[in-house]
Write a protein that binds this ligand. Structure first.
Ligand code: KG4
Length: 365
């Protein structure tokens, strides 16, 4: 193990359809390499068996490239952090098994990371140029698990609220520390990203639907059509009713005019996006009121959405929130976010045994 020259963490992410590897030195990102899998586009969704096969092909070259781009050798690595779950089991097993073998062959510690914790912690990724233009950063031991703010970039103070919205999750999380996250509310059925992807499929658009809907929505009228919004208690979400309402509306319109979707795709996309953002923001505003916490972050693949980003900026102006919006490269699945959690766990000496299993479903530990 090499600790004299700094702490070098290799992060590995393989929970769904992105094979990603990143190297961080003392919590500062040196490289972040991701191989996305185009193979699923033809099927309109991720095919688990194809995803694990692609991970198997990609993992070695992606890790190799991440280490080379970081300008180090594998012998300089201090520890290997990997996504343990939740995610697709076949995909996870590739990253988990690779991480175990790699760490064991180098004789360095292994660190398991919760994928959702990674998304939230994407706000703590520091880049060399944001850390004073130097790859050198000062290492600080986190007091009570609190991540050190070394870079001077906009990092949320603890506690803060995080709206975590991805293809598999929609949650409002209260972040007390990097290793202490409370789920205040979550979807009782589908995730926001999943709803967007399914609606995009109904419209005959490609996969993943999120970026396509986002692009179309910018040219459409968000008030052109109305879709059902859920009415469920507390801070929980539901998107299955919206999906059904969207499907039935489109079926009815297409029956009357077979070209309806093509003629109105921008307005349909804008109205769908408006409805999803409205559902997400209503509960988030409620969470801010209930907790009194006005530092609010957004994370996960859907945080790339322009409508949602605009809604955050509006809320900042209207309600005095301080908002934290991740760089586009850290919204969808990436290994940098796994590496930053790995770094904090390394400082706390939170290692895992070699026989640790992957998990597909659990949310926060
Ligand atoms: O976080 P992520 O990469 O994977 C999961 O962990 O689930 O999120 C993927 C989800 C997909 O549903 C995708 O359609 C959505 O994020 N997404 C977007 C945008 N970019 C990706 N949704 C709306 N607008 C976008 N620009």
């Amino acid at each position: 193990m090499n600790t004299q020259e700094g702490v070098y963490i290799l992060g590995i992410e393989s929970s769904c359809d992105d094979t990603s590897a990143a190297v961080l030195k003392d919590g500062v990102l040196l490289s972040n390499v991701t191989a996305s899998q185009a193979v699923h586009e033809a099927y309109g969704g991720v095919v688990p068996e194809l995803a694990s096969r692609a991970h198997q092909q990609n993992v070695v070259p992606v890790v190799d490239q991440a280490i080379k781009k970081a300008g180090i050798t594998k012998e300089q690595l201090t520890a290997v952090a990997f996504t343990r779950g939740p995610g697709l089991m076949g995909s996870l097993l590739v990253g988990v098994s690779f991480a175990k073998g790699f760490a064991r062959s180098l004789g360095i510690p292994l660190i398991d990371v919760n994928h959702l914790q990674g998304h939230v912690m994407a706000h703590f990724i520091r880049e060399p140029e944001l850390s004073g233009g130097s790859k050198e950063a000062v290492q600080t031991t986190p007091p009570n698990g609190t991540p050190p703010n070394l870079g001077g970039e906009k990092i949320p103070p603890l506690p803060f609220l995080c709206l975590l919205v991805s293809g598999g999750n929609s949650q409002i999380v209260k972040v007390n520390a990097y290793n202490d996250m409370e789920v205040l509310g979550q979807t009782i059925d589908d995730a926001a990203g999943e709803a967007i992807d399914k609606c995009s499929k109904v419209m005959g658009l490609g996969y993943p639907g999120g970026p396509i809907i986002d692009k179309l929505a910018r040219q459409g009228n968000p008030k052109a059509f109305k879709f059902a919004e859920p009415n469920i208690p507390d801070l929980d979400y539901s998107f299955s009713g919206l999906k059904t309402s969207f499907l039935y509306s489109l079926q009815k319109w297409v029956k009357d005019d077979p070209d309806f979707i093509e003629k109105h795709k921008e307005d349909i996309a804008a109205s769908l996006e408006w409805t999803i953002v409205d559902i997400l923001m209503k509960k988030l505003k409620k969470a801010v009121k209930q907790t009194g916490i006005k530092h609010v972050a957004v994370a996960g693949g859907v945080s790339a959405n322009n409508g949602l980003r605009n809604a955050f900026h509006d809320a900042a102006k209207r309600y005095g929130w301080t908002i934290y919006i991740p760089k586009f490269s850290y919204t969808t699945d990436n290994a940098a976010m796994i590496g930053i959690v790995g770094y904090y766990k390394y400082l706390d000496k939170e290692f895992c045994p070699i026989d640790v299993p992957a998990f597909s479903k659990v949310t926060f530990k």
